[in-house]
Design a protein around this ligand. Structure first.
Ligand SMILES: Nc1ncnc2c1ncn2[C@@H]1O[C@H](COP(=O)(O)OP(=O)(O)OP(=O)(O)O)[C@@H](O)[C@H]1O
Ligand SMILES: [Mg+2]
Length: 558
């Protein structure tokens, strides 16, 4: 599928647009029919109309003619009313319109589908006659199938409505195609040659803690102490989804990158590290043995790294790990973050699914003294790993949400402009919300997302609504509701982010969603999702909060 179709002299795209419709839409209403309105819009945009009315007589069967005609086009426009229309002569199990839709789908055409609104006052189309009533069930099923396919559709009630919708959709589609094609070129060709840069901090951190991060002073200080202790090689931060594990660790590591430990009142000694490697399931640098080795090598001088890289082909993971550990100079610690370790665990055995990673981490724990330190964040306790050299490990359980007034502060901060009724709410109400969410940071964010998504809901409503819900289900319920309030485009964007293994650019999302929504401009949708704390943005690339990969919202997402 070409991105832009052929171009006219004024460099406007010129597409062959197939119009799929049943006969009554061409005949009614008298004056300007639905199809006539669509044709006007297509011509006005400078495109070529292709309609099945123009089918020439040929030696092929009707089904063959129909599919060949659809396939010859750049864009499919389906107008679906309540009549099923004629079954195809040589393929009577489908009507022409259904066959055209399926062909456009198989051929990967950009599809614009418009559905006649049953609730419209006067559609100008006569009622179904007896024969058509019998086929109406098939049309219902077809319409349902189109809707359930996830395709972005629009509904119309009059020819004027429809004409405007088609005109606008074609314009948006041209914009989307242009954006995708220039964006892809831009992403393929780096703006300027990338200088060889040696940084001590490998990969972006999986999250940046918010400016309104509250509390966790005790845990932060403890974690910093563990990192400073030469006897400790591995720390596991364990706690349920959304409790704030990644934010806690990344805030500390960001401070360490800048040479200080957060929450230390003046005069604290400067911290220096030999380097930090961030591995996370939400980035291109996954928690896996090959990435661990490759990214640690990036911290070594080029000649040593080259030598070790060559050896890595032959050495077993424990031997390779030991060789690496010996190569790092003594002195400054090198920190590796393995974020969301549970995502690479076999949760039944509470052990790592990748034997090479298990062996490498075991070697790191058992080897003679070295500078490497691993921080793990995980929802599931890595029981098998904890049994290896337990004296060299520490666990940092994160069981509790934020207390008072930290949770209340977060709620107020999340409502920067005061429009959600949180910033200026009485302390008592915020305290109720804290108790309700048990201070779980992700629950607090869900409160914001719900209020932001439905301005008729007040904080008090949320308290009332969740009064009888069992405590352990409130956060899940809030998160699910925040997702439920999204419109169709935002859900599509969330879906696209959920299937993408690494953070993706705006253009990447447009491209990914083109089969179901060829007119989408995802940029404002992405910004809205970030504002509502439902997605994250880093370096103009977006990914989902891990909650959407699992748990309740994921079900709704699929
Ligand atoms: N102490 C805090 N103050 C304010 N916001 C916080 C705090 N801790 C976490 N958050 C915010 O809450 C959200 C959830 O936190 P985080 O991603 O760290 O959870 P997690 O425990 O790592 O979850 P998961 O198991 O899904 O990875 C994030 O948006 C984070 O910025
Ligand atoms: Mg996390």
């Amino acid at each position: 599928m070409g991105l832009s179709g052929s171009r006219s002299s004024r460099d406007r795209p010129r597409w062959r647009v197939f119009i799929s419709h049943t006969t009554e839409l061409r005949n009614f209403p008298e004056g300007i029919s639905y199809v006539a309105a669509v044709e006007r819009a297509i011509s006005a945009a400078g495109h070529v109309i292709v309609d099945m009315d123009y089918f020439p007589a040929a030696d092929q069967t009707p089904a063959q003619v129909c599919t060949a005609r659809v396939r010859s086009c750049d864009v499919y426009v389906g107008i679906l009313g309540y009549r099923y229309g004629c079954p195809v002569r040589d393929q009577p199990e489908v009507s022409y319109t259904e066959l055209e839709f399926d062909t456009a789908t198989e051929a990967g055409l950009d599809r614009l589908v418009f559905l006649l609104d049953a609730g419209a006052d006067d559609t100008g189309i006569p009622r179904l006659d007896k024969a058509e009533v019998e086929l109406a069930e098939r049309q219902d099923a077809f319409r349902r199938r189109v809707l359930d396919s996830g395709l972005h559709t629009r509904s119309f009630g009059s020819p004027a409505d429809l004409g405007q919708l088609v005109e606008r959709s074609l314009r948006e589609m041209a914009d989307t195609r242009r954006r995708i094609s220039s964006g892809i070129q831009r992403e393929q060709v780096p703006a300027e040659p990338q200088p060889v840069r040696s940084s001590k901090f490998i990969n972006p951190p999986p999250t940046v803690a918010p400016a309104w991060f509250q509390g966790r002073q005790g845990e932060t200080t403890l974690l910093a102490r563990y990192l400073a202790s030469p006897d400790i090689r591995m720390v596991s931060v364990v706690g349920r989804a959304g409790i704030g594990k990644t934010a806690l660790v990344c805030r500390l590591l960001k401070g360490i990158e800048a040479g200080r430990v957060p929450d230390q009142e003046g005069g604290a000694a400067a911290v220096t590290v030999g380097g930090i490697v961030y591995l996370s399931r939400n980035s291109a640098h996954q928690v896996a043995y090959p990435t661990l080795v490759a990214d640690l090598l990036r911290l070594l001088p080029a000649d040593k790294a080259r030598r070790l890289r060559l050896m890595s082909q032959k050495l077993s993971p424990p031997d390779m790990m030991r060789a690496l550990l010996e190569t790092f100079p003594a002195g400054k610690p090198v920190i590796v973050l393995l974020d969301n370790l549970e995502s690479v665990m076999d949760s039944e055995r509470e052990a790592l699914a990748e034997p090479a990673l298990q062996a490498a981490l075991t070697a790191l724990l058992t080897a003679p003294a070295h500078v490497l330190k691993v921080i793990i964040t995980t929802r599931v306790t890595p029981t098998a790993l904890l049994k290896v050299e337990p004296a060299r490990q520490r666990q940092l359980p994160l069981d509790e949400g934020l207390g008072s007034p930290d949770a209340e502060n977060v709620l107020r901060e999340l409502d920067e402009g005061g429009r959600l009724g949180l910033r200026d709410a009485p302390g008592e109400l915020l305290d109720r919300l804290r108790l309700l969410t048990r201070g779980f940071p992700r629950g607090l964010e869900a409160v914001k997302a719900i209020l932001d998504g439905d301005r008729t809901v007040t904080p008090q409503d949320l308290v009332d609504r969740t009064d009888r819900v069992p405590e352990d289900q409130v956060v899940q319920l809030l998160v699910g509701e925040a997702y439920g309030l999204l419109d169709a485009s935002a859900r599509q964007v969330m879906k696209a982010l959920a299937v993408y293994p690494a953070p993706v650019s705006e253009v990447g999302v447009d491209f990914l969603l083109r089969p179901v929504n060829p007119t989408l401009d995802s940029a404002p949708v992405l910004r809205r999702l970030v504002r509502r704390q439902l997605a994250r943005c880093h370096d103009r690339h977006y990914d989902l909060h891990p909650r959407v990969h699992s748990g309740r919202a994921a079900g709704a997402c699929r």
